[in-house]
Ligand binder design. Sequence first.
Ligand code: PEP
Ligand code: MG
Length: 888
Amino acid sequence: MTQYVYRFGGGVSDGGKGDRNLLGGKGANLAEMASIGLPVPPGFTISTEFCDVYYDEGKAFPQGLRDEVATGIAHIEGVTGKVFGDAADPLLVSVRSGARASMPGMMDTVLNLGLNDATVQGLAATSGDDRFAWDSYRRFIQMYSDVVLELDHGAFEEALEIAKEDNGYFLDTDLTAADLQKLVAEYKSLVEAQWGKPFPQDVHDQLWGAVGAVFGSWQSERAKVYRRLNDIPASWGTAVNVQAMVFGNMGDTSATGVAFTRDPAKGDRAYYGEFLINAQGEDVVAGIRTPQYLTLAAREAAGAKPLSMEEALPEVYGELAKVFDTLETHYRDMQDIEFTVQQGKLWMLQTRSGKRTAKAALKIAVEMAAEGLITREEAIARVDPQALDQLLHPTLDPKAVRDVLTKGLPASPGAASGAAVFDSDTAEKRAQAGDAVILIRVETSPEDIHGMHAAKGILTARGGMTSHAAVVARGMGRPCVSGAGTLAIDAKAKVMRVAGRTIAEGDIVTIDGTTGEVMAGEVPTVQPELSGDFATLMEWADGVRRLKVRANAETPLDARVAREFGAEGIGLCRTEHMFFDAARITAVRQMILAEDETGRRAALEKLLPEQRGDFVQLFEVMAGLPVTIRLLDPPLHEFLPHEEAEFAEVAAAAGVDIDVLKRRASELHEFNPMLGHRGCRLGVTYPEIYETQARAIFEAAIEVAEKSGAAPIPEVMIPLVATRRELELMKAVVDAAAKAVFADKGREIEYLVGTMIELPRAALKAGEIAEIGEFFSFGTNDLTQTTLGVSRDDAARFLTTYVERGIYPRDPFVSLDIEGVGELIELAAERGRATRAGIKLGICGEHGGDPASIAFCEKIGLDYVSASPYRVPIARLAAAQAALAAKA
Ligand code: PEP
Ligand code: MG
């Protein structure tokens, strides 16, 4: 029979850190901490394997599980000396979720379970604190009614507020034992009114209700959204942890806190965290009271008054610091820890690898390698390439004028400007319409996750550095300012008041998640500096990667950014992007509108020097590195006006009659332009276009060779080839242009002519195509479109559903469909190499910057990947990780 229950604590550990898949992250680490002698309250984990059974069995609990849980409870009773449901000295437990991957705030928790009308008396007697006992009971009823019974929690909040108001109190803590006892009675009648039955008094009924709710929360809407955004499969399931309660709210020698063994925002080697004296469990994370600093140094740096833990509870703090060091050495990584101090005794409730900003990830990886805690290769593997994105984004221009409204906590780095919005649905709607938005909330909850994802930045009035908003924003790489206490937010009226001013929905605001500043209006930004730890890790990565990394770039500016980010050439220069420039679009239109070849050639002659100038600049920036230039690809109608209002002006500029322009525009209309007259089909019908572009390339290359002495290496690329013959015809046009230019200039340079593989037919016939083509570049945007038969421009409407339904594991336009499109690429690479040994192979679709796709490119031995400039560092690191994985 399958074992579902695993015990820990009191010298027993049925599992350990290797059992993450089975016990979830929390359960595995509780078992591990118990096994290395750290103080963990005893408990047991119901494994993730049961999660499936739970759903299969129609959400029921088989007798086998009931027996195992009874053994688990007996274990806790044995260690604590208390008995579950005992009216004299009751055992109380917490019931928490724990999946394989951490899903902060996404799933349910119930605390203080085991309290009822009888045991509350026992708790009061054994703790010697009536108020504590009744407060625990009212918290339990409130939490249980919300999470398990799913009753309207607003009614409970209201009852609590009224109890305070009636007595003229301001804080929850002002309520006396008698007040709380009355409140409990009110809560119980609320339950009965809403649920139709009295609040469950049998502690075993309570336990099974909570266990069911936690397993049930795996399929909650918010958990599903979180899984989708973080690529967590639904099949993993959650575990449930049942553990003896310890109380951080038993007076001034009790406390609860969260901590990191190093600074998760900056990466500094300093203990970092927050705690609250006389508080329970979720109070710190929920951001309801603003917590105190852990260390004296942090308190002084912040100029804060309330004593740090180091000062307020020095002995326990010393013990905690030792635990931090033990955990870091044991796990060889920065840890994120939850602890509780019950009347001076320290208890560890959780440890896990801490989420961190990209900046911190880099620093911690580089420093841990320097400390000898991990190897350089491990350091490379530790940093999520995707997360580098956060570092590569602009920050506020220090010289710009800032109209600062207020300051909050710097919860997640980076700067962002956008329209103020006060609810997540609006944030999502406006973002879909193309607006940059800043989501502003009193505090965020897991229900806000879609709005946070849609927003450029997040601003909250409440909550600390470890609040939901802060943790989730850091994970998503969104800038976030939290706990900006002076904001008076009225979400219903869609306004906030701050510093005597009113900001309404749609007003532009700027936040700086690195300093915590909140500003009115838009503030200009500057590029980040890429030195220090970033440069070190990149250097290590470059030392192990095999794949070359190039950039997709057209403008000299983009090319320069790409070089700074370490690009080793250009993998795709889309020449049509150069055609939209105001100075040349008229010539382009004249070419399109020309009646015959002579007319087209006349217009092309005007374009030639402009194109040559572009290429000269590109070759100069990429001095001596390969530059792949793709000849014209898009259908010609893209260059003609679409709006009635533009026709007259465009016709006048091009010197044609408006009717001629309209006729030509309608002649060029296509039903499926992506499958129409584009790519090399343009070169086949109008060879003079490709001839002129090729001339511009060779003339520019020679000009740069003569100026600088270093000859550029142009790679001329023909798009959308399906057959050998197409490429043969187009190569002849390019070769003839080269020959003419070389004869004219009296100098030759090396060049290659190759093709994009963007059509399934090209992949299948790659053997023949390689007889002509000297390189292949996989254009996986089009290859995905044509292989899946899914329009890349229309896919967004249904692909999310496709991913949710598990049809594709991820959006195939973002991460390569390795099974399908990947098979075509592999086959084309094989057939190409069979014809032309060592043929140069690269990828230039969006997938060239996606780590999972890069891993595939490494596996099949491509020569390079090409990505947009900002993704070049991501690609360098991903390529290094892929090389390391291949070695392993
Ligand atoms: C591609 O199709 O993958 C490609 C790089 O070309 P484009 O995106 O310009 O069609
Ligand atoms: Mg393409």
